[in-house]
Design a protein around this ligand. Structure first.
Ligand code: UGA
Length: 430
């Protein structure tokens, strides 16, 4: 049944949630305190790079409005999703400032029964805090639900509309659970009704497991290099076991983005604050931090030690199909090589602007992949954008000063490049 829903926060998660729920026929109010963003969204302009999102918004504009008036939005909706950012603090813990502000603003605007849904990634136990906080401002009946998101940047629309599961955490609160099930009724996926704390932990445990899987395969790749095995063969071999599965077994320069590093750190922090040492999670984090450094060392190995050489970098985003450079291993490698004094030329199809803000001066941003390779002594592939496979290898060889390629994602055709006379360095492959 059609529901009136407010979504607070129009970042990757809030906007995708709002637009997708609108596409399911619900009536959505998206709230954000950033007026510029609201103005753009009202004109149908999507401020983030997320394939399919702008098109979906255009076709369901009738079901969605954008506003900065949180109180009015709360008044008009029974269900309120909180989807504001929860960034990482220096000690690995989660910064709940925006989230807590949003909860207080919602509480102060409540006049009748509301369901407050935590969509933001928040540490286990946060829903208890939300209940207590709302009760300070509002004396009537209300429910708090944890409904974590499992959206990958780049495929967020598909992940929302065709998820592996929907998790709904409720405490002895049948009414709220039923309303949430109704909101998601058009989605064909298992719906898991759990208690709130378990739902909160499912989110962290899922991301921490994915992080661990990637660090595991990267560790095996490092062992491959020492022993002469090939990680592509090994990953295929282990991934064919249905208990292990083939996904998230791509070795490379490590996981980045705003989620896997942050949530692994957040879960480690939660465990330590509860007097438990999470050894596997700490190892997954340590392997990831070492992975791009091992690769940077490999790059240095083909360059002159005095820093006079030029390095080309293909890809700046933390993965393809996004303009997000947060915790991108590409950025970490560039910063490291810049310290050594190498000249660095870079190209990314969509993330250049964000990378420029992150990297500042001293980097040459180029208009194409070939341009970034011009006069370089080594070319580094850091993000596996499909357009890099379209490059003419002979032309590339002529463009570069020395034909060395360091492929940080095992993405380029090693056999072809080697035949064409390139010195190819991959991850976990001799
Ligand atoms: C991740 C999770 O996959 C989502 O389920 C979750 O909802 C989301 O975080 C979140 O918490 O919001 P995302 O950060 O968009 O999604 O990106 P992933 O596709 O998980 O990739 C993360 C990093 O791992 C990337 O840097 C990617 O290059 C790397 N990766 C991924 C590998 O190195 N190897 C792989 O096999 C897979």
């Amino acid at each position: 049944m059609k529901k009136e829903i407010t979504i607070i926060g129009t970042g990757y998660v809030g906007l995708t949630t709002g637009v997708c729920l609108a596409s399911l026929g619900h009536s959505i109010i998206c709230v954000d305190s950033n007026r510029e963003k609201i103005k753009k969204l009202r004109k149908g302009e999507v401020p983030i790079f997320e394939p399919g999102l702008a098109e979906l918004l255009e076709s369901h504009q009738a079901n969605i409005v954008f506003t900065d008036d949180l109180a009015e939005a709360v008044k008009r909706s029974q269900t309120i999703f909180l989807a504001v950012g929860t960034p990482q603090q220096n000690d690995g813990s989660v910064d709940l400032t925006f989230f807590q502000q949003a909860v207080r603003q919602v509480a102060q605007s409540m006049h009748g029964y509301k369901i407050i849904v935590d969509k933001s990634t928040v540490p286990v136990g946060t829903a208890d805090w939300v209940k207590n906080e709302i009760a300070k401002y509002f004396k009537g009946d209300f429910s708090v639900v944890s409904n974590p998101e499992f959206l990958k940047e780049g495929t967020a629309v598909d992940d929302f509309l065709r998820p592996d599961r929907v998790v709904i955490g409720v405490d002895k609160d049948k009414k709220a659970g039923e309303i949430l099930l109704d909101i998601y009724s058009a989605i064909d996926a298992p719906k898991l009704l759990t208690d709130i704390k378990s739902a909160e932990l499912i989110k962290y445990a899922s991301n921490a497991f994915l992080a661990t899987k990637i660090s595991f395969v990267n560790e095996i790749a490092n062992i491959c290099e020492k022993t002469g095995a090939d990680i592509l063969e090994v990953a295929k071999g282990i991934g064919s076991d249905s208990r292990i599965g083939p996904k998230f077994l791509k070795a490379g320069i490590g996981f980045g983005g705003s989620c896997l590093p942050k949530d692994t750190a957040g879960l480690i922090h939660t465990a330590l604050s509860n007097n438990y040492q999470p050894k596997i999670l700490q190892a997954a984090q340590a392997v990831n931090e070492g992975q791009w450094q091992i690769f940077a060392e490999k790059i240095r190995g083909v360059l002159k030690t005095n820093g006079g050489d030029t390095v080309g970098v293909w890809g700046l985003a933390f993965k393809p199909d996004t303009d997000d450079v947060r915790y991108s291993p590409a950025i970490a490698i560039i910063k490291e090589l810049r310290k050594d004094g190498y000249k660095i030329r870079v190209y990314d199809p969509v993330a250049q602007e964000n990378a420029r803000a992150e990297l500042g001066e001293g980097i040459i941003f180029c208009a194409s992949a070939l341009e970034a390779a011009r006069g370089t002594d080594v070319l580094v592939l850091a993000t596996e954008w499909p357009e890099f496979l379209q490059v003419d290898w002979q032309e590339l060889k002529k463009t570069m000063r020395s034909a060395s390629i360091a492929d940080g994602r095992n993405f380029l055709p090693k056999a072809e490049l080697t035949t064409d006379g390139f010195n190819y360095l991959g991850i976990g492959r001799i």
